[in-house]
Design a protein around this ligand. Sequence first.
Ligand code: ZN
Length: 426
Amino acid sequence: MSTPSICLCCREPAVEEFLDLGTVPLANALLDAPPVRAAAEPRHPLRVGYCHRCHAVQLLDLVPPAQLFTDYVYESSFSDAFVLHARLYADELMRRLRLGPDSFVVEIASNDGYLLKNFVDARVPCLGVEPAQNIAAKASVRGVPTIARFFDAATAALIRRERGPADVVIGNNVLAHVPTIVPFLGAVKDLLQPAGVAVFEFPWLRELVRHLEFDTIYHEHAFYLSLHALRSAAELAGLELFDAREQPVHGGSLRVFLQAQGAVAAPRQPTAEIQRLLELERQDGLDRPDVYRAMGRRVRALRESLRALLRSLKQRGHRIVAYGASAKGSTLLNYCGIGKETLDYIVDRSTVKQGRCAPGVHLPIFGVDKLLQDKPDYALLLAWNFADEIRRQQRAYEQQGGRFIHPVPEPHVLGEAAAAAQEQHA
Ligand code: ZN
C-alpha cells in the first residue's frame, strides 16, 4: 500500500486508502442557480481508508466543520418513517432506563427536536444541543429546550454547571460526523453522572459493505463505523460498551449503549448481543483490509453498470429523472458522472430544496407532483433508503407506467419482474 495516513481515531499511521470517489462538491451544498463559472463551486477530494490498527473506516480528506454546516438543509421531520422510529426509540429508552420527572436527558445534534419532543410530552426533563441556529430555534418554538452550540468539552462543562450531570446522553446519527471522535466521547463521559448511560445510533458499516451503499459516503461523514471500531474509540475515551442492537433505519443502523469504564455505581454486564454482532463483523471480514479493497473494485464496477443501464434507456428514447435531492444522491451522481445529458431534473418533497439545483451536476429540483404531471418513463431513486415509502406515495406514477430504478448494490428497475410475470399470465 502507499504511505499510510494517520488515523483520526487511534492516531496511528495505519490507514490504507481503498476508495477514491473523486473531487466533488459538498453533498448538501445546494445552489440557488447553476454557477456561471465552474470555479465558483468549491470541490474537495473524497477518499476513504481503513485503519489496520483500530479498524476505523474514515475519510482521508477533511473539510473544516464551519464550511460543512454553513448551508445545512433542514430535513428530519420530512420523513414519516423517521418520525415513527424516533417515537419508538424514545419509548424504549424511557422504559429501559426507567426515566421520569427526576431524570435529565441530553441529546447531541437534536435537530428540530423530533426525538426530544417525545420526552417533553412524557414530562422527562431534557435539553437539546444543536449547532445550526435556525434549526435550534425551530426546536425551541415547538417546546423542546435547545441550545445552539457544537457539542464539545466546553459545552459539556456548561451543561453540567447549569443543569447538573445527565442520566442519559443520546446521539442519533452524530458520531460519524465527528472527526475528533475520541475527545468527543470523552466530553460525553464528563457530562454523564457516574451511573449514566450514553446511547448512540449510527449507520452500520456492515450494511454499507454488504449492500455497496457507497453513496452514504460524503464529506459530512468522517467515519463509517463498525462495532469493532466503535468499541476501540469508546475505550480510548474511557467508556465501555455494554449493549448493541441492530436498527432497521437508514439502510441498517446500530444502537450502542455505553457506560463509564469500571462504573461502580451501576455495573451493567455486557450483553451476549455484543459478541454476536462482533462475530457477524468478523464473518464479513470487516476487521480485514482485503474486504475493503474488494469493495473499492465493486464500487467502480457499479458505476459502469449504472451508466450502461441509463445509457441504454436513453438510446431507446426514454426520459429519465431522479427522485430525492439527498446527500447520497449528490455522491452518486457526481461520482458516476451522471448529469443533464441523462437526467431531466430531480423531484423532492422538501420545499426547502425545491427551486434550487443539485451540487456539481446542477440539475433543477422540483416538487414531487411533477412526476405525475410530466410522466417521465423512469425515476432514479436517489433516496433508496425510503424506497418502500416513496413507492407507496407514488403508486399512481407506477400505475401509469412509470418505473423506479434502484441504484445499489446492483442497478435494477423496480417492479419490472412483477410486470413481466403479469404479461406472461395475460
Ligand atoms: Zn486507527
